[in-house]
Each structure stands twice: as C-alpha cells, then as structure tokens.
Ligand binder design. Structure first.
Ligand code: ATP
Length: 454
C-alpha cells in the first residue's frame, strides 16, 4: 500500500495519532532530532536526544534480557558493520537487494512498485493524481564503501544491509567457543544501512537504522515446532509492551512473497495512522544461509550431533525486527491528548509508556523552589533514587505544570516534597495514568517505585 503522512485512518474508539504530533513531541522534548539539521538534514537519517537515547537503551535492554539473558540456549554477539564483500555477493544482496520504483509522469512523485495498490498497478496509474506511471526501474539498496588508502589497493565493500549475516559468519566460532548444542540461538542488535529510495514516515523507513535478530539453529525434523514456538513468543513479547493490544496481528506471506526455500513466513504487524505495517518478520530460512556460505567459502559449516553423530547443516528460524520501528510504534501507541475534565482545567498530553521502558522513571519535585528545606530534601531523595533508576529533579514552574511536563515524556511517577514532609517525612507519590496520589514515608519510596518500574 502506498504510504503517506497525510493518511488519518481512524477505527475503533481511539483515533490514530498523526505522525506529525510524534515528530513535534520528539524534537521539542529531546527524543529525536533530524540529522545534520544545520546543513539542511539528510533524509532518512536521525539523531537521538537525551530522552531518546534512554528510551532506546531501555527497549534494547528489554529485548536482550528477554532473548539472551533469560534463555539458557541463546547467546549474543556484536558483529561488525563492514564485512568481506563476498558475504553480500553470496547472500544475494548485491544482485537482488533491490526496490522497483515507478515515477508519475505528471506529478513526478515516486513510488515503490510493491507498495502500490493493486488497482493502480493494473491501470498503471499514479495513486495520488491518476497520472501515467513509468516502467518500474530497479535500484540496489546496498550502501557502498571502500577499505584502504592507495589507488589499486582499495577494496569496495558494503555497509551491512541487514545485521543477520554476521550471525551466519560467526556461527561456527560460537559453536566451538561457547559449548552450545543444537537447538540453540544467536542474537544480535546492530545498525543496518539501506539506500532506501523512498525513506519517510519519520523513523519508520530510514537509511540508517537498527535491527534485532534471533537466528535459531535446529535439526530439520524440529523446524516446524521451533518456528511455531518463536512466532508465538515474539507476538506475546510485542503484546506485552503496548496498550492497544487489538492493533497487533500476524500477516502470513503469500506464495508470491515467499523465498524459494521458505515453507512459510509471517509478519507481526501493528496498526497505526500508516495502516497495518510490518514490525517484525518471522522467517523460515531452512539451511539456505549456512549452505551458501559453506559452499562459497569452502568452510564446512555442518553440525555433528554429539550423541547420534549425525551430520547435517542446521535449519534456521529467524526473527528479525527493528529498534527504530519499536521506538516509533511505542510512541504512537502511548501518545494521548486528554481533554480538560473536572478539576483539570487545561487537559494534558500523556505518554502512557510501559513504566519499565519509560526514559525517566520518577521526577522529584519540591513544592516550592524558594524554600531551602524543601529543595534540600528533594535533592537528597533524587540523589538516592538516581542510583537505582532514571530520576529527574525539577523545581521550575508551578507543580501542575511540572506534572504536565512529566506526563508528556511518559514519567510514570512524580514524588512531591511539601511542608508535611518536613514534619513527618512523608511524600506524595503521583501516578501518571490515573493521576491519583498516595502518601508514603520517604524510606518506602525506593522499594515502592522499583517494584513498579523494573
Ligand atoms: P519492509 O518490507 O518494510 O521494507 P523488510 O521486509 O525489508 O521491511 P527486513 O529486511 O525483514 O524488513 O528487516 C527486519 C526489520 O527491520 C523490519 O521488520 C523492520 O522492523 C526493520 N526495518 C527494515 N527496514 C527498515 C528501515 N528502512 N527503517 C527502519 N526499520 C527498518
């Protein structure tokens, strides 16, 4: 489907959040900035600001914890961005990693051929103005680079177009150095680069982005069971971090989309203002990657079962998703504008992020800035809390405005130090979502918060 930022689909009770609102919040509050902005920017490339980097780290950490730290049969690696160029020839990327593009002869807009609505393909018509389209042209997505200084000795290679190739390259080393036995998996989080010809929709389609991959190696006879297992587990993982559970679904790949070696493939899709879009792919890779690298490198990548002595090339279940799409989807999922109601005269913008992922977990606020005892007590509590979690101290503006600022960046708790605190050491703990407040003794605050934000 053609994707445009203007689409404002709305189904169900909660309207979808326009991307522009997220772009504006991200810039205003220090989540994401356009890259090289003072020179006019580079499309499809972004920088992450102080809050963005915290949210990203929390997202990555949660994935790593779920995939590597809590599974005995999975280990992690961190591979390089630049590899030997043969890798990309053998993987098929140099020849086949292409987008087919068409241009409208009238309005000059450019579209990915595989994203055009069927009817427009049939009629060869532009989906925006109805103009005639050019023949599809192929563009390779790999980003080229060169290693070496001297002319004649320079080697052309590529910034990796997907992170997973490193896992196939390191598979044998991991096997020999980590005492893993099949079935086992290797995970990686890392940058990938694609010369996307139609980057857009903010972080959704970038030229530099980050992927997370699991490659799970199995005996061929166990392929189906592990494929089903990871398909369900990854779906539940995404479900656990979003509020709008009904906006998550599987989409099975049709026969024309499947690679020749794949019995099946699924996308986990999330529905936003852009429509249903891929968030993560679950792929049946069979023995394709290891067999190719084995054949072309001459290194035997087969596995010998330690008990049965059976020798075979392991089959692979791949789950491959994106850190940046997770970042964007979580913001789209969490963003809400609440109208004024009851005592709340102004209304508020609130990011209902999962507390575990929120960039700031708690804000410590002295009721008044000009009362030294309040400020000192608040700073002491903040210093104690920040060793345990992301804590922010804020004493600028009235308390209502400070609550609003924290709601807008998704801080799940605010702790207010007031005059009663100075008498009995109790503080107010305010909950972001319900805006309800309770009073706790200061000593109870760290345990109370830790239980809710970890
Ligand atoms: P699409 O069909 O959207 O181009 P893809 O099928 O090429 O995606 P994969 O190669 O399977 O994507 O990459 C795995 C994951 O990496 C995707 O599910 C997505 O989350 C993320 N991803 C892929 N391309 C981009 C991009 N250009 N910008 C941001 N994230 C991306």
């Amino acid at each position: 489907m053609a994707q445009t930022q203007e689409q404002t689909v709305s189904t169900g009770d909660t309207p979808f959040v326009p991307i522009e609102k997220i772009v504006s919040l991200c810039k205003r509050r220090g989540f994401v900035y356009p890259n090289s902005e003072i020179y006019g920017g580079v499309s499809g490339i972004y920088d992450f600001g102080p809050l963005g980097v915290e949210l990203r780290n929390n997202i990555r950490r949660f994935w790593w914890w779920s995939m590597v730290q809590t599974n005995d049969n999975i280990v992690g690696i961190e591979g390089s961005i630049i590899t030997h160029p043969r890798v990309w020839e053998v993987s098929g990327h140099v020849e086949n990693f292409v987008d087919r593009l068409v241009d409208c002869k009238n309005c000059k807009r450019r579209f990915r051929y595989d994203h055009l609505p069927e009817e427009n393909v049939r009629q060869n018509k532009c989906p925006v103005g109805g103009g005639e389209l050019t023949e599809p042209r192929k563009f390779n997505l790999m980003m080229e680079t060169y290693i070496g200084m001297l002319e004649g000795e320079r080697m052309k290679t590529y910034l990796r177009g997907e992170a997973s190739q490193n896992i196939y390259l390191d598979y044998d080393n991991v096997l020999k150095s980590s005492r893993m036995a099949i079935p086992f998996g290797i995970c990686q989080i890392g940058k990938a680069f694609r010369n996307e010809v139609t980057p857009g929709n903010f972080l959704f389609r970038q030229r530099e982005f980050e992927q997370w991959d699991l490659q799970f190696f199995v005996h061929p006879s166990q392929m189906q069971q592990w494929f089903d297992y990871w398909k369900e587990r990854r779906f539940e993982w995404y479900k656990s971090i979003i509020n709008h559970k009904d906006r998550l679904r599987f989409r099975a790949h049709g026969p024309d989309e499947l690679a020749h070696y794949a019995k099946q493939a699924f996308d986990i899709e999330y529905q936003t203002v852009l429509g249903w879009q891929e968030w993560e792919g679950i792929h049946w890779r069979q023995d394709w990657d290891l067999s190719r690298h084995s054949d072309y490198s001459g290194q035997d990548l087969s596995y010998t079962d330690p008990e049965t002595k059976e020798r075979y090339i392991p089959w692979i279940v791949e789950t491959s998703g994106g850190v940046d799409r997770t970042f964007l989807n979580l913001l789209l999922d969490a963003y809400e504008e609440e109208p004024p109601s009851g005592k709340d005269k102004e209304g508020r913008t609130v990011l209902r992020l999962n507390p575990m992922l929120a960039p700031v977990k708690v804000a410590v606020l002295p009721l008044q800035k000009n009362k030294e005892e309040l400020v000192t007590t608040a700073k002491e509590l903040h210093h104690k809390l920040r060793r345990l979690m992301d804590s922010q101290y804020d004493d600028v503006a009235n308390i209502g405005r400070r609550y609003r600022r924290q709601d807008e960046i998704g801080t799940p708790f605010c702790v207010t130090i007031d005059f009663t605190t100075l008498e009995d050491q109790t503080v107010t703990v305010r909950d972001r979502d319900s805006m309800s407040q309770i009073r706790l003794h200061m000593n109870e605050v760290p345990a109370y918060l830790l239980e809710r934000v970890r």
